[in-house]
Design a protein around this ligand. Structure first.
Ligand SMILES: CCCCCCCC/C=C\CCCCCCCC(=O)SCCNC(=O)CCNC(=O)[C@H](O)C(C)(C)COP(=O)(O)OP(=O)(O)OC[C@H]1O[C@@H](n2cnc3c(N)ncnc32)[C@H](O)[C@@H]1OP(=O)(O)O
Length: 193
């Protein structure tokens, strides 16, 4: 494989990631950041990913590949696997108590993942440089120490809650702002949503 793109290499003066003092304890399940999220929300056709806090600034998640996730017969679609990686990486927000969105996601597909397989995902923050959060993730087949099927390196960029309010469709934004549970989630990431 050729070398990594420079966009994913942390600058030399990057800082080590810091786990927020109020972050969920290791082993604690992290809720959905948005009930209609394709990755972590509760909706038919979504991934239904449940993520748990790990040690340091890391998370784990499991994702079972279902028939609706196929690309080739009996195998998971690469875009679905990338979405599972992206969502797991996005859950790192809970541990840092910042809101960050994916700026760049580079995925290595190492092994085909059959329907019925349970993908064991692990993600961590590697370095932080201002608003830029450098992180990586791995997905293994059927066990936390199973064969590696997918890997990702990513750059997440910290944003304010206004990022969603200014860019999201009004219908969903208005509903989110009127939902006390959603506002509570936003407050968990940001003091003044
Ligand atoms: C109403 C209630 C709301 C409730 C909210 C509930 C709480 C939600 C909580 C948590 C949500 C988490 C959701 C996780 C879901 C899973 C993750 C996803 O799938 S997220 C979706 C996919 N991603 C996008 O849609 C981003 C689209 N892109 C953008 O919006 C912009 O491009 C953005 C924000 C990423 C950056 O734009 P800029 O204008 O803010 O910043 P600039 O100046 O361009 O970049 C900052 C630095 O980052 C580098 N950078 C940016 N993009 C890069 C890239 N692609 N590659 C390399 N470097 C990049 C730049 O070079 C710059 O670096 P230098 O500071 O100059 O050193």
């Amino acid at each position: 494989m050729s070398g990594r793109t420079t966009g994913l290499t942390p600058p030399e003066d990057s800082k080590a990631p810091v786990r927020h003092p109020d972050a969920p304890a290791p082993g604690e399940t992290l809720g959905a950041h948005y009930d209609q999220c394709f990755g972590c929300g509760h909706q038919p056709g979504g991934l239904g990913l449940t993520t748990r806090a790990g040690e340091g600034v890391s998370v784990t998640a499991e994702f079972t590949v279902r028939t609706g996730h196929q690309g080739a017969p009996g195998l998971a679609h690469g875009g679905v696997l990338a979405a599972a990686l992206d969502e797991t990486l996005g859950s790192l927000n809970w541990l840092q108590r910042v809101i960050a969105v994916t700026g760049r996601l580079e995925t290595d597909f190492v092994r085909p993942v059959p329907v019925g397989a349970e993908l064991h995902l692990e993600a961590r923050v590697d370095a932080v440089h201002g608003r830029k959060i450098y992180c990586s993730a791995t997905g293994r087949i059927d066990a936390p120490d199973g064969p590696v099927a997918v890997r990702a390196q990513a750059l997440f960029i910290e944003v304010r809650v206004d990022h969603f309010i200014e860019n999201g469709r009004t219908e969903e934004i208005d509903a989110a702002l009127a939902d006390p549970d959603q506002v509570r989630v936003a407050r968990a990431f940001e003091v003044n949503p």
